[in-house]
Design a protein around this ligand. Sequence first.
Ligand code: V47
Length: 377
Amino acid sequence: MNSEHLPIRDKRLFPIHEKVMDERRLSFEDGMTLYDTNDLNGVGYMANIVRERKNGNKAYWVRNQHINYTNICDKFCKFCSFYAKKNGPKAYTLNMEQVRERLYAHIEQPITEIHIVGGIHPRLPYAYYLELLETVREVRPDAHIKAFTMIELQQIQKVAQKPMEEILIELREAGLGSLPGGGVEVLSDRLHEELFDRKLDGEEWLETARAAHNVGFRSNVTMLYGHVERPEERVEHLVKLRELQDETGGFLTFIPLSFHPEGTDLTHCPTVTGFDDLRNIAVGRLMFDNVPHVKSFWIMNTAAVTQAALWYGADDTDGTIHEYEITRDPETDTRQALTKQQLIDMIVEAGREPVERDTLYNVISTEGATAAAVSAD
Ligand code: V47
C-alpha cells in the first residue's frame, strides 16, 4: 500500500511500518519513536497487524480466582498500596483453613485457574508454601495453579536453603503449574534504587526467570508504568526481556500494568490516562515480537479501555478475577469480578471472538464466537 493511504499521520512511523510488514525486529530507537509520537492510531494500527497475525480475531479470557495469602511484606516498595507491616492493623496471613474457605466461597464456579501471590513475609517457612499448593490442589484438583513471582521464589529459596532448581521441582510436585508476571516492575537500576531497593534487582529477576524457564515452567511478564519511569527505561525493559525470551522462550503473555497511585508513597503521580494504557499495550505488542500474547488486565485498565485495547495489540483480557486485592480494598470496592456473560458481551461488542482458555491457552469454549462473526458480516 502506498504509505500516503495508510492510517498513519506521523511520517516517522513509515519505516517502522515497513519493518512490521516484513516481520523484522524493531530496534531500541524504534521503541523510542513509538513512545514519542502522539499518533496513537498509527501505533495501534501497526500493533493490530501483529496482533491479528499472531492471534487472528480471537480475544481470550479465563475463569480465575486470586488468592493473596499474606499482605505482610518487608520490602516497602514505594509504588505498592497492598503491603502491611508485620504488627500493623491490616496485616493478615491466611492459614490453610482460610485458604479452603476462600476456595469454597466460589466452588460452584467452573474456575480453571488459581492465581496465588503474596507479600514477602520474612517468617513463613518453606512448608507453608508447599502446604498452600497442596491445599489448593486438594480443593480444586482440576485447576491450574499459577503462583509466586520471582521475588517470592527468591524468598522461598532463602527459607528452604536449597538450590533454586530443586525448589522449583518440589513446588511443581506440590501442584505449581506456572508463574505469574509480577515483581519485575521496570528493569532499571535507577528505578530499583528509587522505588524498590529492598527487592531483588533486574539481574536477579532475570536469573530467577531463566531458572524457572529452564526447569520447564512458563511464566508471564509485566511492566509497571505511569509512575516515575522514563520512556527510555520502558524501552530498555522491553528489549532486555525480549533478549531473555530469545534465549528461553518461556514467556507466555506480556501484561503492561498501569500504576494506581492511591494509598502509595507516590500519590503525587497523576492517574494514568487511557491514551497511555493503549500506547503501552501497542508498544508492547510491537516490541515483543517473540511473545505469543499481550493482556489488557481489565481490572486495572477498566473494561472500557480493554475493549479498545483489543484493537491496539491486546488479545487477552485476563478473566472473571474473583477478589483482586493488590490495588483495591475488597471491603470498600465491589468491582472485583465480571461474570462470564459480561466478559463475553464485552468482547463481542468490541467485535472480537471470545475464547475461554485455560492458563496455557488451551481452548475451553468458544461460546459467543458465532455472535461475533455474525455481527461482523
Ligand atoms: O508486581 C503493585 C503491581 C503487580 C501497584 O501474570 C501495582 O497473569 C498498579 O503482576 N498500582 C502484581 N500496580 C500483579 C501482577 C499480575 C496481575 C494480573 C495478572 C498477572 C498475570 C500478573 O502489581 C506487582 C506490581 O507491579 N502493583 N502496586 C499499584 N499501586
